[in-house]
Write a protein of this length. Sequence first.
Length: 29
Amino acid sequence: MEWAAESKAAGRMLPLSQGLLRHRLDPFR
């Protein structure tokens, strides 16, 4: 059951980090 919580946290962190990367690459978009 622990992997479910970890996958949920990873699912939240992945789009967040991708959004930060995209914002850094395209700050004016």
